[in-house]
Design a protein around this ligand. Structure first.
Ligand SMILES: Cc1cc2nc3c(=O)[nH]c(=O)nc-3n(C[C@H](O)[C@H](O)[C@H](O)COP(=O)(O)OP(=O)(O)OC[C@H]3O[C@@H](n4cnc5c(N)ncnc54)[C@H](O)[C@@H]3O)c2cc1C
Length: 438
């Protein structure tokens, strides 16, 4: 077997499909015979999870009335935001139209859900439409709580103020690049970090710090720049083996890291940031700061009764079974993607593994059988360490590394092939997933 054959044969991980080439991206699609039903299925959200589910279910179910609700007419390819914020892509790289990803035989309503009553199986939209459902798939993703950062608002992002907020939107990721470009040219203190809540793509704050350090080095300005990474916990990454590797790289590259430092507020006039720490507040001066705020379930979900009552109470993630992704108290409700209250899996790569599980349980139930598929916590994050180098870290609920290409791509090595996965292959795989083909 050649190296390429071996790569092609591996389908385990998120990127397996892309490495195999576009022609192979039809696994599962259209193979199983469609199940007849007139069930009303409502999908709240048409992002990574919602679009993928709409495509899969419209193929698997014949006659189902599938409605997709999403008030944002633009689809955002969020893994691309990191590349945009590092000046490697323009904002439009991460933007497409929501509608283009949805199948023809469903109803798309370009409104948000404003109220959800899971006892009555009913959702009311922002435009006042009432939609009743037999099955609900919650795919709303999460909201970024910018207001939780005292003294900050998104109008401050840009080179004039030295502020980056690359999670906010494709446009603000591009504006963030201009701030990073200025900092890595002129020098000064750069502050990076992550919030204390659960968050999507927990590797993204680290990636941005590594990219900035690399860009400063390439420009010949490294000596003028100081890099400080503020972790919210007693580690730099929640999976111990990845934490040790990230720490090693930060040590090698003279990036200062601090534990249990959570951004509380900024003072634009003084150009300072305040962090809460176990020893009390700490205030630092900055020339560049990347702000990533606390992340929570959208308000409509927090108020719906679907959230956990005794876990993540300030965040509102929904109470699904970690393996089946079915709601613990409302069995006709499933959660996909970032909204789920499970210990891992807030990545697009995880969504790919959520899709077949929900599909299996939902279609089985409609057909009068019991679903058997299980989600094991698969989470993946191509951890960029420099332009042209990344580590393809993949892991499960138990912090086991679950490499897609065992023996071929070492997960903790900084490799060009892993960089290509992020820079080139990830988008093709993501798009295939949206179409229900991965
Ligand atoms: C900077 C950054 C870098 C990332 N890098 C990676 C990476 O390298 N690899 C990776 O796998 N993942 C990465 N991710 C994470 C990934 O993008 C998300 O995990 C993924 O998009 C989650 O899919 P989702 O369907 O849950 O949510 P989303 O894709 O965010 O979609 C949610 C949708 O729900 C809609 N919605 C919200 N509220 C409502 C409502 N009330 N009613 C109806 N619709 C609603 C929204 O408009 C949106 O379209 C990154 C994310 C960011 C921000």
């Amino acid at each position: 077997m050649t190296r390429l054959d071996q790569l092609t044969a591996s389908r385990r991980g998120f990127l397996g499909m892309a490495a195999a080439g576009g022609a192979a991206m039809t696994v599962g699609a259209g193979r199983a015979e469609a199940t007849r039903t007139n069930a009303r299925i409502l999908i709240m959200g048409a992002g990574a999870g919602g679009a993928a589910m709409a495509n899969r279910l419209s193929e698997r179910l014949d006659g189902a009335q599938i409605t997709v609700l999403d008030g944002r007419a633009e689809h955002w390819y969020q893994p691309g935001f990191t590349l945009v914020a590092a000046g490697l892509r323009k904002a439009n790289y991460a933007v497409s139209s929501t509608e283009q990803w949805l199948p023809r035989n469903i109803t798309y309503i370009n409104e948000y859900a404003a109220e959800l009553d899971p006892d009555a199986n009913r959702v009311t939209t922002t435009g006042g439409q009432r939609i009743e459902y037999d099955y609900l798939i919650v795919a709303t993703g999460l909201v970024l709580d910018w207001d939780a950062i005292e003294g900050f608002d998104l109008s401050m992002v840009g080179p004039e103020n030295g502020i980056s907020a690359h999670y906010a939107s494709p446009e603000l990721a591009e504006t963030s690049w201009h701030a990073m470009d200025k900092f890595t040219s002129e020098g000064g203190v750069g502050l990076f970090g992550r919030p204390a809540t659960e968050m999507k793509c927990a590797g993204a704050p680290v990636k941005l710090c590594f990219l900035a350090e690399d860009i400063a080095t390439t420009k010949g300005n490294r000596a003028k720049c100081e890099f400080i990474y503020n972790a919210q916990a007693q580690n730099l990454f929640g999976v111990p083996v990845i934490h040790h590797r990230v720490r090693q790289i930060m040590d090698e590259r003279d990036i200062t890291y601090r534990y249990q430092h959570v951004l509380k507020g900024i003072d634009l006039g003084a150009k300072t940031a305040t962090y809460t720490t176990p020893e009390g507040d700490v205030t630092d001066r900055w020339d560049f700061i990347n702000v990533i705020p606390p992340q929570r379930a959208p308000q409509v979900i927090r108020e719906s009764g679907l959230a956990w009552a005794d876990r993540w109470t300030d965040q509102g993630w929904i109470e699904v079974d970690a393996q089946t992704l079915r709601h613990a108290r409302f069995p006709n409700v499933f959660g996909i993607g970032d909204i789920n209250g499970v210990p891992k899996g807030k990545t697009a790569a995880s969504v790919k593994f959520h899709v077949p599980v929900i599909e299996d349980h939902l279609v089985a139930e409609i057909a009068g059988r019991e679903g058997t598929a299980r989600y094991d916590g698969y989470t993946s994050c191509p951890l960029i360490t420099r332009i042209g180098r990344a580590m393809l870290v993949e892991f499960d609920y138990h912090d086991n590394l679950t490499p897609s290409f065992p023996g071929l791509i070492a997960p903790l090595e900084e490799l060009w092939i892993s960089w290509l996965m992020k820079e080139v292959a990830l988008k093709a795989t993501y798009n295939a997933m949206l179409r229900g083909r991965a």
